[in-house]
Design a binder for this molecule. Structure first.
Ligand code: NDP
Length: 245
């Protein structure tokens, strides 16, 4: 365990699997006390057991503004401050626009976009106090949209727009805003796609390359949040070497 983030308090949304889990462990390994939030409490409990440092398990649904406010308040009450927020919770329900089940669109917008906005809204007063950092997990889909990924990409483009406005609003007050754009990472994300053909496409894509692992993205988060105070790493794009588009 390193002591790079000794004394710091982090909150990671969507910490029950994939990138969020790996990031929470990396932050804990670096010495931070970490609040871990998601809906699957059993997964969070096992994460808390694996983390070397102090953790707080939060029953968190980012689509519910009150749940987000309560999660942030519980973190500050338990640890006394908030220095790092990793806005990671997300869903990718890829599909064509024609004939789409629009409830999937609602879920993506409410989780990926509104959920991360609620988290920033609730955390910002604390981050201004601590001169902290917000890490926004966007995607390569936040730079380039493609067929069957329109709504997912719209949420990630939205995160980039919101993050740049946030950066301009708070950077001179010492809060750093980091957008991380992963390419294909081996996680549960594509497992929730309901269209069988598109689900199969995602599976084929994963099998066709050496995908990133969640720890690769956790490393990027750690890099950004361990810079000296005057260095703002605002954007990191990480693709698998084998990923062309
Ligand atoms: P996972 O499916 O493994 O993780 C998603 C996490 O989000 C889970 O912990 C899940 O927890 C949580 N989550 C979903 N809905 C909610 C909700 N309403 N409230 C709270 N938490 C929620 O996928 P990844 O690790 O891949 O995804 C993490 C982030 O990385 C996402 O934002 C995704 O868009 C982004 N990303 C992923 C890429 C990839 O290739 N895997 C590429 C680029 C970006 P629970 O279900 O327990 O609530």
């Amino acid at each position: 365990m390193s002591t790079t983030l000794e004394g710091k308090v982090a909150l990671v949304t969507g910490a029950s699997s994939g990138i969020g889990r790996a990031t929470a462990l990396a932050l804990s390994n670096a010495g931070a006390r970490v609040a871990v939030g998601a809906r699957r409490a059993d997964r969070l409990k096992s994460l808390a057991e694996d983390a070397p440092g102090e953790t707080l398990v939060l029953d968190l649904d980012v689509t519910d503004r009150q749940s987000v406010q309560d999660g942030v308040a519980a973190t500050v009450e338990r640890f006394g401050a908030l220095d790092i927020v990793v806005n990671n919770a997300g869903v990718m329900l890829s599909g064509m626009i024609l004939g789409a089940d629009t409830t999937e669109w609602t879920r993506m917008v409410e989780t990926n976009l509104l959920g991360s906005m609620y988290t920033v809204h609730a955390a910002l007063p604390h981050l201004l106090r601590s001169k902290g950092a917000v890490v926004q997990i966007s995607s390569t889909s936040g730079r380039t949209a493609s067929a069957a990924g329109g709504v997912y990409a719209a949420t990630k483009f939205g995160i980039t727009a919101f993050s740049e406005a946030l950066r301009q609003e708070v950077t001179e007050r010492g809060v750093r805003v980091v957008v991380i754009e992963p390419g294909f990472v081996a996680t549960e994300l594509a497992g929730h796609i309901t269209d069988p053909a598109i689900h199969a496409m995602a599976k084929n894509m994963a099998e066709s390359m050496r995908t990133l692992q969640p720890e690769d993205i956790a490393g990027a988060v750690l890099y950004a949040v361990t810079q000296p105070g005057h260095v703002a790493v605002n954007e990191i794009l990480v693709r698998p070497t084998d990923q062309t588009r």
